[in-house]
Design a protein around this ligand. Structure first.
Ligand SMILES: [Zn+2]
Length: 121
């Protein structure tokens, strides 16, 4: 188990960002709090925390994997087409229920919007 301090920093960084971050972003922001934060340590901590559901991995086609804190409610994500940052959109939504075709078992879904973020407008 990774030392608690490293885990706390990762949770902190994600909480402060308020949007899903890539492992590189987590590492960069985490180093502002612990300068000797190692990339292998961060990778291991992320792996463990994802397994324990402290952190949720989010994947979008053609994008590096990102991580966020578990949300209280389902929310759509937004990808900025200019800076490629991913945001949580603070709106309530529910995924439409669909009838799974024969042979498929659906366990999750994701709604992604895209456009320009406030920094890029
Ligand atoms: Zn942007």
């Amino acid at each position: 188990m990774i030392h608690t301090r490293q885990r706390e920093v990762i949770l902190d960084v994600l909480r402060e960002a308020g949007r899903p971050l890539t492992r590189d972003e987590i590492l960069r922001l985490g180093r502002q709090q612990i300068d000797r934060l190692g990339s292998a340590t961060v990778d291991r901590a992320i792996r463990e925390m994802t397994a324990d559901f402290y952190v949720i991995g989010v994947e979008f086609p053609g994008q590096p994997k990102r991580y966020e804190l578990p949300a209280a409610s389902e929310h759509p994500h937004f990808i900025c087409r200019v800076c490629e940052r991913v945001y949580d959109l603070p709106v309530k939504m529910q995924l439409p229920k669909i009838q799974a075709p024969a042979g498929f078992k659906i366990s999750g879904g994701e709604i992604i919007y895209s456009g320009k973020c406030p920094n890029c407008c």
